[in-house]
Design a protein around this ligand. Structure first.
Ligand SMILES: Nc1ncnc2c1ncn2[C@@H]1O[C@H](COP(=O)(O)OP(=O)(O)O)[C@@H](O)[C@H]1O
Ligand SMILES: C=C(OP(=O)(O)O)C(=O)O
Ligand SMILES: [Mn+2]
Length: 534
């Protein structure tokens, strides 16, 4: 084991370091007597431990900051009045203050240090050191990141250090120009992240995703908020872009295929590779029959968050009294059908954009032209679903560039550029799949969506009869094996097609308005014709 010296980070008086604990040790530490508040883990009937994450049960994008310095000033895609995003600038002074708070919080106590990788490719991965004081936080990152081998640990040198001081508060946040007592702050120059006053595990996971999204595209590698899987021969790779709750995890976990990963991937000249070593599935209303693989992944070593569990360990997956964003993290090998030993596969042949349309306008599947692919990728229209972000309590329509705006550190066009290059090279086709609502007022069923995905992946969709949907010029199939033909044209799901027309016109106008921000250059202007015509 590498000798860990935390004094070089300014953390002093450490009484004990639990370094890269095994699952046995993690279980013991997170369930032992004497833990307080949100440190407490409870063993459940399925063997997985459940924890509560406190007030923050989802990410807090308003508290996300990046230090603005010589290095980041001209590269980061900062929030602006013209185009608001979650990359808020922090001063060097605010950084020093937050780092100081974290050092103070983490000094003079027992700590957990987890060294892990982000990125399955050895030549482009980031070596990350997580320093935390809560056992289950160490468990979370052990599940979600790639665990080094014993040999790799011998020589592990971190590229990036994460300080989780979830128990601290930024009391003087106003003075520091920050938003609240909570801060999720990145320093791209020193390669560090500080987390203060939020216990939500997703901040560590999506934080490192944001950093990969900064570093990789600058090296000509696509970084993508998508899940990925491939066929049993590891040849027919597909990627599924989508904002939280649109179905990346659910739809990529497919017993007929091998899972590459459920949320964050890169695409380089060798193909598609996972950034992570685990999955982070939503468990609200989880049903054993319709999602058996995810259900079966909830066993010892998996970690549940914010799930309602009674005194005997019995789980109620239907209860959303704490949040709708109830979660489970598990190491990827809790899923049987995965790509081994490295989570990667050849270039994608199919690219699927998952959009949960709360307006009920988008067809359940549309076959996109090349220009439409770029237009809809940059637009990133979907709904934010309840719970994943603080303050979102019902499906809220949004344009989230590249289906992951909250995690983009460079301008959206950079991600589009890298994706298009890779797609052109592999001859990939793109589809827009609505996993949200239609005229019935209900969400399109998982069964129908799975039928649509099957038809895309086995090529049936290319032989199906099609028609064109007005306003959007979408080419949609009129029949697909295993899919209710009555839903393929969304107008058929309304009592009166005029109701759809009205909503479609409204949505088309929203697209036009949103896209104006890309029309400043010739490339953006050229895409307008591929978008909806209001
Ligand atoms: N048609 C559908 N396709 C996919 N998921 C659906 C659909 N209808 C409802 N759902 C539900 O939506 C949620 C999708 O969440 P998840 O797969 O975790 O999304 P993501 O990984 O993109 O955040 C799950 O709770 C799933 O049961
Ligand atoms: C974990 C998150 O996302 P996803 O639902 O896409 O996994 C998140 O947005 O915090
Ligand atoms: Mn997911």
């Amino acid at each position: 084991m590498a000798k860990i010296d935390l004094t070089k980070y300014g953390i002093t008086g450490t009484t004990e370091i639990v370094y890269n604990p095994s699952y046995e040790v993690l279980f013991e530490e997170e369930t032992k007597a004497g833990l307080e508040g949100f440190e407490v883990g409870q063993e459940t009937e399925l063997g997985a431990v459940n924890v509560m994450t406190g007030i923050y049960t989802g990410r807090s994008p308003k508290d996300k900051y990046i230090v603005m310095d010589e290095n980041s000033k001209d590269t980061v895609w900062w929030t602006s009045d013209e185009y608001k995003n979650d990359n808020h600038p922090a001063t060097q002074e605010a950084w020093e203050a937050c780092k100081e708070l974290a050092k103070k919080e983490l000094s003079n106590k027992k700590l957990f240090v987890v060294d892990a990788f982000c990125g399955a490719n050895a030549d482009t991965r980031m070596a990350i050191r997580f320093i935390v004081e809560v056992a289950w936080q160490a468990h979370f990152v052990t599940n979600m990141f790639i665990q080094p081998t014993a040999e790799e640990l011998e020589t592990f040198e971190p590229d990036f250090v994460v300080y989780n001081a979830s128990k601290a508060k930024v009391t003087n946040y106003k003075e520091l120009g920050l938003n609240s007592e909570t801060a999720v702050m990145f320093n791209i120059t020193s390669k560090e992240q500080v987390i203060i006053n939020t216990w939500y595990g997703g901040e560590m996971k999506k934080g490192m995703f944001s950093m990969m999204n900064y570093f990789l595209p600058l090296k000509g590698i696509a970084a993508m908020h998508c899940s990925a899987n491939t066929d049993m021969n590891g040849e027919n790779t597909a990627i599924f872009f989508g904002l939280s709750g649109t179905g990346k995890t659910t739809l990529s976990t497919d017993p007929k295929r091998l899972l590459i990963g459920d949320d964050e991937h890169g695409w380089d000249d060798n193909g598609v590779f996972n950034f992570e070593g685990g999955c982070y599935a939503k468990v609200i209303n989880l049903d054993k029959e319709s999602e058996p693989d995810i259900y079966n992944a909830i066993k010892r070593n998996a970690l549940l968050e914010n799930v309602t569990v009674d005194a005997n360990g019995k789980i109620d997956f239907a209860d959303k009294s704490v949040t709708e964003n109830t979660r489970v993290s598990y190491p990827i090998d809790h899923i049987e059908k995965i790509v081994r030993p490295i989570s990667s596969a050849p270039a994608a042949k199919n690219v699927i954009f998952l959009s949960a349309d709360a307006f009920g306008v988008l067809p359940p599947v549309s076959i996109l032209t090349e220009a439409q692919t770029q237009y809809y990728f940059l637009s990133g229209f979907t709904a934010k679903l309840a719970g994943t972000e603080r303050g979102i309590t019902e499906p809220t329509p949004t344009f989230s560039a590249c289906f992951g705006q909250a995690f983009l550190e460079l301008h959206p066009t950079k991600y589009a550029e890298e994706l298009v290059k890779k797609m052109e090279k592999s001859g990939a086709k793109a589809y827009l799949v609505n996993t949200g609502w239609n005229g019935t007022g209900k969400r399109i069923s998982i069964k129908d969506t799975r039928g649509i995905i099957d038809a895309i992946l086995n090529g049936d969709i290319l032989n199906a009869p099609t028609k064109t949907i007005p306003y959007f010029n979408f080419e949609v199939p009129t029949e697909l094996p295993g899919v209710d033909a009555g839903i393929l044209d969304p107008r058929d799901t309304y009592a009166d097609a005029a109701q759809w027309e009205e909503k479609a016109k409204d949505l088309a106008a929203r697209f036009v308005k949103n896209f104006a921000k890309y029309e400043g250059n010739a490339a953006g202007k050229a895409l307008v014709a591929a978008g909806p015509q209001a």
